[in-house]
Design a protein around this ligand. Structure first.
Ligand SMILES: *[C@@H]1O[C@H](CO)[C@@H](O)[C@H](O)[C@H]1NC(C)=O
Ligand SMILES: *[C@@H]1O[C@H](CO)[C@@H](O)[C@H](O)[C@H]1NC(C)=O
Ligand SMILES: *[C@@H]1O[C@H](CO)[C@@H](O)[C@H](O)[C@H]1NC(C)=O
Ligand SMILES: *[C@@H]1O[C@H](CO)[C@@H](O)[C@H](O)[C@H]1NC(C)=O
Ligand SMILES: *[C@@H]1O[C@H](CO)[C@@H](O)[C@H](O)[C@H]1NC(C)=O
Ligand SMILES: *[C@@H]1O[C@H](CO)[C@@H](O)[C@H](O)[C@H]1NC(C)=O
Ligand SMILES: *[C@@H]1O[C@H](CO)[C@@H](O)[C@H](O)[C@H]1NC(C)=O
Ligand SMILES: *[C@@H]1O[C@H](CO)[C@@H](O)[C@H](O)[C@H]1NC(C)=O
Ligand SMILES: *[C@@H]1O[C@H](CO)[C@@H](O)[C@H](O)[C@H]1NC(C)=O
Ligand SMILES: *[C@@H]1O[C@H](CO)[C@@H](O)[C@H](O)[C@H]1NC(C)=O
Length: 765
């Protein structure tokens, strides 16, 4: 009966609602409430379902919450998720939708649903996500949505909506993604929206918006900070100038206002947007020069200014922007010469259509060696206007020039260095290692991003995964396993992304403040052979979830022991795993001062390239001292546990090396330490056979096929592994030495040195 527990697929939220020891099937029989059942019937009735997906909604309601009704997820007899994307549905949404009092997510995108968006959605106090994009909705956006105070995401893109943006949307103080792209919306952007301190993504492109872009960005009240990351307003009819207040959006990464009727200058204050990566102002009526303040946009990688009325010269520093991967100033009124780096990188098409610009094609060669600083038409040069200079000014200018020359030399040196480094970095990055991990100590700065949730919070360590707390809670979850620390789920987000979620046992974790300090340290750890923590979630009732990368190949234990004879694991692969584990453990011991304490082949996961990633490290730091002194810290799974631990009760680097040695023996023998070998453990069994000089008997038969070629490697690795499992801790090597010897036994044929920050082993051996 218990296996049912492991095959049930339920929303993570539902799994969280119950204490860890209760099995989910107790919820199976819960009957949907009368009010939700009526609403479901009305919902089905008003939809057209040509492909028959809703045929499963056939019984008297008993099964609505059993998981058998397509697209319905419940909690305690109430519908919390309606999720029916790509089902070919037509018709319209019933006004009875307001009856789903517990509904958190309504996702009907990519269908043919028409009619109006029901104003009754405003009656849903729990609504977090509204995904209605790629449908045929008409009418306007109901202002009542402003009453959904927990709303986080609203995507109505690609419909036929008219009217303006209701300013009441700014009342949704958790709202962080708004997508209204590709509709017929008109009017301007309401002031309260521009003042929002919650919206990160505001996508309004391809509409009929007009009027001025408001100048109230970042002036929200209550001491909050604006968090806008992306403003995309392109393909509309906005007029007027670019508001200076945009420069208050310190988190802004993407700004696109192309294809509008914006005039005036580019405010130099925009140079203060230090996180901006992409600016697209093309196809407007913008005049004036390219602001010199852009010099400060270190991260800028795309600058698109074509089809405007910009004049003056292209600032020289743009040529030194190594990160610039896209640049276009064609069809403006720019003059002077094109910095050679820019021209060689982007070619003539990025510069055509500027009558007075030279040096970007054979037919536009610059007269003589006109350098920008001596060009008399330079509009921004300080000498302009021919004012007389006094001695003091001359001295200042001379000093300035000297500094400029020194800076230039520094720049050139830096460029050379950076180029060299870049080359080296690229090498390191091969094999799927993130560049952040390859840099320096393998520790990336955390880009923590907090998304609110009623009473709970989700903190991302990297901005790359765009899920919200609610996406996570509504994700479909499957129990993968349980351990002393808690339960692990495989969670599938709506967009198909998978993550591993570990729910910690609440009673044994530290209090929230201490927990957060520790988890923020663990979340910063990045190494190609250590499983990265991507986010954590603190629930309103003290639930604690850790979110990790999901490893599709599972654990080393299953990879090695649960396979058929038709899928052999060759020696180079086993060696790659051994070295990777040693690298990961070395990083834990030396850079992070972490003892693993429970290293087993089940805690070593494999990515798609069979690179090992050590999981479950550092978790004891999240637990109370009392919990730790009780078994947990020393619980190291039987078979991997160093003998002295039974007395010592405290793991250390040598007990970790013992566990590593056991896993190396697993790789060599193909046997699991759990397997009974006449009542002795794996190290004892191997040692006894070696002692009787039948050494070849210990190796996995699979490996013996190639014994003539790899015999020495097998023997030397066996010696090393036995060294690691020496009963006397002082006789065991430190992991650094283990790694060094593994690398001597089988030198890396492809990638770099064994430096611990370096690349993981590659498969190409
Ligand atoms: C409802 O539909 C499912 C799947 O189509 C079917 O297995 C089940 O027997 C039906 N139940 C009733 C009561 O019609
Ligand atoms: C939004 O909040 C303002 C005041 O904070 C209130 O006057 C207005 O009625 C609210 N709108 C909605 C739709 O809740
Ligand atoms: C908005 O919707 C459009 C069209 O559906 C999509 O291409 C775009 O990526 C979305 N933007 C955001 C920020 O969600
Ligand atoms: C767009 O707005 C203009 C007025 O600004 C109006 O004349 C035009 O009909 C609108 N177009 C659509 C498709 O709504
Ligand atoms: C750009 O940086 C320089 C110093 O490097 C500073 O003096 C200047 O004020 C900055 N400009 C802006 C717009 O932040
Ligand atoms: C830019 O255009 C505005 C009118 O839109 C004009 O007032 C201003 O003088 C122009 N500036 C430059 C530098 O041409
Ligand atoms: C290039 O961008 C990266 C981050 O994307 C940043 O760390 C680096 O400093 C940038 N380099 C330059 C020269 O701006
Ligand atoms: C571009 O600016 C010049 C003045 O700098 C002005 O004469 C011209 O009309 C402007 N062109 C457009 C299309 O606005
Ligand atoms: C281009 O700019 C110059 C000043 O630099 C101005 O005299 C000229 O009118 C502009 N031409 C156009 C076509 O805007
Ligand atoms: C620059 O923009 C023009 C006009 O949109 C386009 O034809 C050209 O291909 C672009 N060049 C580059 C390098 O992006």
């Amino acid at each position: 009966m218990t296996h049912i527990l492991y095959t049930l697929v339920l929303p993570l939220l539902l799994l969280l609602l119950q204490p860890l020891h209760v099995t989910p099937q107790t919820w199976d029989g819960i009957i949907v409430t009368e009010s939700d059942f009526q609403a479901l019937q009305a919902f089905k009735q008003e939809l057209i379902d040509p492909k028959g997906f809703l045929k499963t909604w056939n019984d008297s309601g008993y099964g609505a919450c059993s998981g058998r009704w397509e697209g319905i997820k419940c909690a305690q007899g109430q519908v919390i998720v309606i999720q029916l994307p790509w089902r070919g549905l037509g018709g319209q949404i019933t006004s009875k939708i307001g009856q789903f009092q517990a509904l958190r997510k309504l996702s009907l995108h990519d269908n043919n649903i028409g009619g109006k968006i029901p104003k009754e959605l405003g009656y849903l106090p729990n609504l977090r996500g509204l995904q209605l994009f790629n449908n045929k909705f008409i009418g306007s956006i109901p202002p009542s949505l402003g009453s959904c105070t927990l709303l986080q995401t609203i995507d109505l893109s690609n419909n036929f909506l008219k009217g303006s943006i209701p300013q009441s949307l700014a009342n949704c103080s958790k709202l962080f993604r708004v997508n209204l792209t590709l509709n017929h919306l008109s009017g301007s952007i309401p002031d309260p929206i521009a003042k929002s301190n919650s919206i990160m993504y505001l996508a309004l492109q391809y509409n009929n918006f007009s009027g001025l872009i408001p100048d109230s960005w970042g002036s929200g009240q209550n001491g909050g900070k604006p968090v806008f990351k992306s403003l995309t307003f392109d393909h509309n009819f906005f007029t007027g100038v670019l508001p200076v207040s945009l420069s208050k959006l310190t988190e802004l990464e993407v700004l696109s206002v192309s294809h509008n009727q914006i005039s005036g200058n580019v405010p130099s204050e925009l140079g203060g947007l230090l996180k901006v990566r992409s600016i697209d102002l093309s196809n407007n009526l913008i005049n004036g020069s390219i602001p010199l303040s852009f010099q400060n946009l270190t991260l800028l990688d795309s600058l698109t200014l074509d089809h405007n009325n910009l004049s003056g010269e292209i600032p020289v520093f743009l040529g030194d922007k190594l990160n610039l991967t896209s640049f276009n100033v064609s069809y403006n009124n720019l003059s002077g010469s094109v910095p050679t780096q820019l021209f060689s990188k982007f070619g003539p098409s990025a510069f055509v259509g500027n009558l007075n610009l030279c040096g970007y094609s054979p037919s536009t060669q610059c007269p003589t060696s006109a350098s920008p600083s001596t060009n008399p038409s330079e509009p921004l040069s300080p000498q302009k206007g021919g004012t007389k200079l006094n001695t003091k000014e001359i001295i200042l200018i001379a000093a300035g020039a000297l500094i400029a020359i020194l800076l230039l030399i520094c720049c050139i040196l830096l460029c050379c260095l950076l180029k060299k480094k870049k080359g080296a970095k690229q090498k390191d990055t091969e094999g799927g290692v993130s560049s952040a991990a390859a840099a320096g100590k393998g520790v990336a700065p955390p880009e923590a991003e907090v998304a609110g949730e009623a009473g709970g919070k989700l903190v991302h360590f990297e901005g790359t995964m765009g899920f919200t707390a609610d996406d996570l809670l509504c994700a479909t979850a499957e129990i993968m396993g349980k351990s002393t620390y808690g339960t692990v789920y495989k969670a599938t987000l709506e967009d198909g992304d998978q993550v591993a979620v570990k729910r910690l046992r609440e009673k044994i974790t530290k209090n929230q403040r201490e927990f957060e300090i520790e988890v923020n340290l663990l979340g910063k750890i990045r190494h190609p052979n250590l499983l990265a923590m991507r986010a954590y979630y603190l629930g309103p009732k003290g639930e604690k979830l850790l979110v990790f990368d999901y490893m599709p190949k599972g654990s080393l234990a299953t990879f090695l022991h649960a396979r058929g004879p038709e899928t052999p694991v060759d020696w180079p692969t086993r060696m790659q795993i051994a070295k990777g584990m040693a690298r990961g453990l070395l990083s834990l011991h030396t850079h992070h001062n972490i003892i693993h304490g429970n290293l087993t082949s089940s805690n070593v996961l494999l990515d798609e390239n069979v690179n090992p990633k050590i999981a479950d490290f550092g978790l004891s730091r999240l637990m109370t001292a009392a919990a730790n002194s009780n078994v947990i810290a020393t619980a190291g799974a039987l078979g991997y546990r160093a003998p002295e631990l039974s007395k010592l009760k405290k793991a250390n680097t040598k007990t970790d090396v013992y566990s590593l040695g056991v896993i190396m023996l697993e790789l060599l023998t193909g046997k699991s330490p759990g397997e009974a070998m006449n009542g002795v453990d794996l190290p004892q069994w191997v040692a006894s056979i070696v002692k009787e000089e039948w050494t070849n008997e210990v190796f996995d038969l699979e490996l013996m096929k190639d014994a003539s070629a790899i015999g020495d490697e097998l023997l030397n690795t066996l010696k090393l592994a036995l060294h690691c499992v020496d009963p006397s801790p002082s006789a065991r090597p430190e992991v650094q030495l283990v790694l060094q010897q593994l690398e001597e036994i089988r030198p890396e044929t492809t990638t770099s040195s064994g430096d611990d920050g370096g690349a993981g082993p590659s498969m190409s051996e």
